[in-house]
Design a protein around this ligand. Structure first.
Ligand code: HEM
Length: 221
């Protein structure tokens, strides 16, 4: 493999693994939305406020934004480079392949996730950081209300559920590919890595999928 391709793959793998870590923390924070309504509102809004005022979290957020941008840009670069070099698409490492469908469609899955992120960040992140939101009883921005109101609309739930399915398949292939690129793959641990990758990807996407469904079916007045 050429030196530059290896560097590109390394960047994809390290940013991807960092994003995998972020997703676990993000899911755990969002699971607070499943608490009884009054408690969920107070706790979710307090948690979001806490995160936005903390310098360590702010630094980690910048690493997160850079990782997201880097991951997307290098995915494009590596695809273009491989196409130019040999007329074929992204040259995935196929050892221990879980599903050829996932690997062949990483570009499409990634594009769905990118479109999801544009909608997601515009509706929640941008509004929370730069918009004027009503306050809850404790004086924190009522982000809970924004999230609940959006998932009370069926079409919004459908967009999210499709994106989380795409995320699950993307993670499944991405996880295996990344562990090999950063040298974590060893035939001795192949089975353990495979089981971990499956549990991680399925638990994460199902966990995210639960939230819009729960709100739509339980909190729709
Ligand atoms: C039901 C699922 C989800 C809910 C309810 C949710 C909710 C939120 C909310 C309320 C925010 C803005 C508040 C904040 O910045 O802390 C946010 C930010 C964000 N979300 Fe999500 N999210 C979900 C799934 C996802 C997924 C699957 C991804 C990635 C593929 C994602 C990526 C992000 C990113 C990158 C940010 C900006 C974080 C930051 O500024 O530190 N979210 N999300």
């Amino acid at each position: 493999m050429k030196q530059t391709t290896l560097i590109y793959k390394m960047i994809m793998a390290t940013t991807g693994l960092f994003l995998c870590f972020f997703l676990v923390i993000h899911l755990l924070g969002n699971l607070q939305l499943l608490l009884p309504e009054a408690e969920a509102r107070e706790q979710f809004n307090w948690y979001s406020h806490l995160l936005s005022g903390n310098i360590i979290i702010t630094i980690i957020s910048y690493v997160l934004y850079l990782s997201l941008i880097g991951h997307a840009i290098y995915a494009l670069l590596i695809t273009r480079k491989n196409r130019k070099a040999n007329g074929t698409k992204y040259n995935y490492d196929k050892r221990g392949e879980v599903s050829t469908w996932n690997s062949r469609n990483m570009g499409i899955l990634g594009t769905i996730i990118l479109l999801f992120l544009i909608i997601h960040l515009k509706d929640y992140w941008y509004l929370f950081k730069f918009g004027s939101l009503p306050l809850d009883l404790k004086g924190n921005k009522d982000l809970y209300q924004i999230v609940v109101s959006s998932f009370q609309q069926g079409w919004y739930v459908i967009i999210y559920e499709i994106s989380f399915l795409a995320l699950g398949f993307h993670l499944l292939h991405g996880f295996f590919s990344a562990t090999r690129t950063v040298g974590l793959y060893h035939p001795k641990y192949a089975k353990a890595l495979r089981v971990f990758g499956w549990i991680y990807s399925v638990a994460l996407s199902l966990g995210f999928m639960l939230i819009p469904f729960y709100i739509y079916f339980n909190l729709n007045s």
